[in-house]
Design a binder for this molecule. Structure first.
Ligand code: ADP
Ligand code: TPW
Ligand code: MG
Length: 581
């Protein structure tokens, strides 16, 4: 005989069996199951409720003022954490705003997923003019590593898994995931739904190099008289910090860090050749590229910068086989992940390894010390108006005293001077304009850096660069993030002194309102605003901001005549042959 209790339990079970879930909850559960804890985005149809529910379900949802900044935050979150940063946008215009950041992440080889709501497929495909209609999947495809659309609630688990694996495996990159609005409302059996979700197993498998490639690389390195290691941001991304240190120190080879690889080993390391950059590029005979590409940032591995006649031999370590021979011949390609490749190389060097000839390492050191000495007095000049070196001398001290702080940096002169003046001491502490040299990554990067790491952030921004994402200081204040923004205010792009060549009333295209007070913008949102005009004031106000952790913006008046056209890369500007009469 069945007891009443048993009957009730059976009855409850029957009710449970018909329990339902929907696309909203399946998407949230799939992301959470795969360790996605933070979402960067802007709400609106059809994803407003998704954001609310994500927050309700314990995710951190950071709501921005513009999708490009949310996307830039997700991109840098990917770089910092080795997990895909996720950006959530509305259809068409929001999607397009986020797409710039997705393409930026892809260009930099950082894992990011842009999830965008989209409108009714039936209407989009017949081009019938839906609200924010756009064939987003087709548009995203050429700009990212992979693009997927999920049409059915039962495919959410697979769709999210594919997006995650595509973003982080092999060469990391940007992935687009299209979520038609009506997917979110689709209903299915809860038990079946949960069964369809899973955690991706080993999303970025180790890729070990062949032993032949290791032997070949070592033979080339052994034959070098003037070897050099170049560390790129791929090496920083790989989080193989000890393997990098062991390879550099065991080999005894001087190394040059690319911009975002600064701090992988401290810039004060005896083997750092940073301050002797021109010499080592020109004179080295064998260069070992570690997670760095021979693109424009290295003059494509050829030309005057590399010494003429050109005789440098390249060894290249990269996870992407297609990168080999992209610009010049790679005599020893080593394809695999940085950790596996460097560990194999260091192990194979063994005890009998011969360090590079001392006349080479001594020449590098002599040049390096001479350059450091030559620069020193310009960093201590306390005059007003400040030039770049004087202002950055203060910020160099700040970072030396706070090596855990994250430095965000963009602009032209503001970028180039800061990169060479401010020493970094720890890996992944310098975030900047990346492979494209893009302006506008500043506030997104600063927000993600604070959110993902909990460390204080110092954002050193050209006044033009800052303007691209400046509205996000409201976001910084709203989430009470420990971000100190320093605007290097020279009244314009490169300089604030240009004149309108027609003699007309409009200002020249490169100049802004004179002596603008960006600090007052910060005050409008309840943050701390400070105006400074000499290096001592700058040092004190940044120190106060970093001590307090309060959102702060320091407007640093820089001599409007101090900057150079395009900073260090003025030679890339085309020249007109027409002489003005
Ligand atoms: P930089 O601008 O600092 O010179 P790039 O962005 O040009 O650096 O190059 C980074 C390189 O690192 C890319 O070619 C990418 O494929 C590679 N990479 C990224 N992650 C890894 C990894 N885990 N192992 C090996 N190579 C990697
Ligand atoms: C998305 C072109 C390169 S650098 C720069 C611009 C507009 C601004 C330089 O002025 P800033 O720095 O920031 O005040 P400073 O110290 O030299 O005065 N649009 C995008 N990306 C780029 N790179 C540009 C335009 C550019
Ligand atoms: Mg400027």
């Amino acid at each position: 005989m069945t007891s009443i209790a048993a009957t009730t339990a059976e009855h409850d079970e029957a009710i449970e069996e018909v329990a339902l879930t929907d696309g909203f909850h399946l998407l949230i559960d799939a992301l959470k199951l795969n360790g996605v804890e933070t979402i960067y985005g802007v709400p609106g149809i059809p994803i407003t409720d998704l954001g609310r529910m994500m927050q309700e379900e314990g995710m951190r949802v950071l709501s921005f003022r513009h999708e490009q900044n949310a996307g830039n935050a997700a991109a840098i979150a990917g770089f910092l954490t080795k997990k895909p940063g996720v950006c959530l946008t509305v259809s068409a215009p929001g999607f397009l705003n986020g797409l710039t950041a997705l393409a930026h992440a892809n260009t930099n080889c950082w894992p990011m997923i842009l999830i965008s709501g989209s409108s009714e497929r039936e209407v989009v495909d017949l081009m019938q003019g839906d609200y924010e209609e756009m064939d987003q999947l087709a548009i995203a495809k050429p700009l990212c590593k992979a693009a997927y659309r999920i049409l059915h609630a039962q495919d959410i688990g697979i769709g999210v898994a594919r997006a995650i694996r595509a973003a982080v495996s092999g060469r990391p990159g940007g992935v687009y995931l299209d979520i038609p609005g009506n997917l979110l409302g689709q209903v299915m059996d809860e038990v079946e739904g949960q069964k369809s979700l899973f955690e991706v197993i080993d999303p970025a498998p180790a890729q070990r190099p062949s032993s032949e490639s290791i032997d070949r690389a070592l033979e080339v390195i052994k034959g070098a008289k003037r070897p050099l290691i170049i560390l790129g941001k791929g090496a920083a991304y790989a989080q193989a910090d000890e393997a990098v240190r062991a390879f550099v120190e065991t080999s005894g080879i001087p190394y040059l860090p690319m911009s975002m690889a600064k701090g992988l080993l401290p810039d004060t390391h005896p083997l750092s050749a940073g301050p002797a950059r021109s010499l080592v590029l020109k004179e080295s005979d064998v260069v070992v590229m570690v997670g760095a590409r021979l693109n424009w940032l290295l003059s494509h591995g050829k030309g005057k910068q590399w010494g003429e006649p050109h005789s440098t031999k390249f060894v290249q370590i990269d996870i992407e086989p297609k990168e080999m021979d992209s610009n010049v011949e790679i005599v020893a390609p080593v394809v695999g992940d940085i950790f596996s490749c460097l560990t194999a190389l260091t192990d194979a060097m063994g005890d009998g390894w011969k360090k590079p000839p001392t006349d080479w390492t001594e020449a590098v050191n002599a040049k390096k010390n001479a350059n450091i000495e030559r620069m020193a007095p310009t960093l201590r000049n306390n005059s007003s108006p400040m030039n770049y070196a004087a202002a950055l001398g203060s910020l160099k001290r700040v970072i030396a005293e706070r090596p855990d702080a994250i430095l965000v940096n963009e602009g032209a002169n503001t970028l180039d001077f800061a990169r060479s003046i401010i020493d970094m001491y720890k890996p992944r502490k310098r975030l900047d304009v990346g492979t494209w040299g893009v302006m506008g990554v500043g506030m997104g990067s600063a927000i993600a850096a604070a959110v993902e790491t909990g460390h204080p952030v110092l954002a050193v921004e050209g006044d033009s660069a800052f303007g691209f994402s400046g509205m996000e200081i409201e976001t910084i204040c709203r989430y009470k993030l420990p971000v100190c923004v320093v605007v290097f205010n020279n009244n314009g792009i490169y300089r604030g002194t240009d004149q309108n060549r027609s003699g007309g009333e409009d200002p020249a295209p490169t100049v802004f309102v004179e002596n603008a007070r960006y600090d007052m913008m910060m005050e409008a949102f309840g943050g701390v605003g400070v105006h400074v005009s000499n290096p001592d004031e700058l040092y004190r106000s940044v120190t106060d901001a970093m001590d307090s952790g309060k959102p702060t913006l320091i407007n640093a008046a820089i001599d409007p005549a101090a900057g150079k056209e395009s900073g260090n890369i003025g030679s890339l500007n085309p020249q007109s042959v027409v002489k003005k009469k």
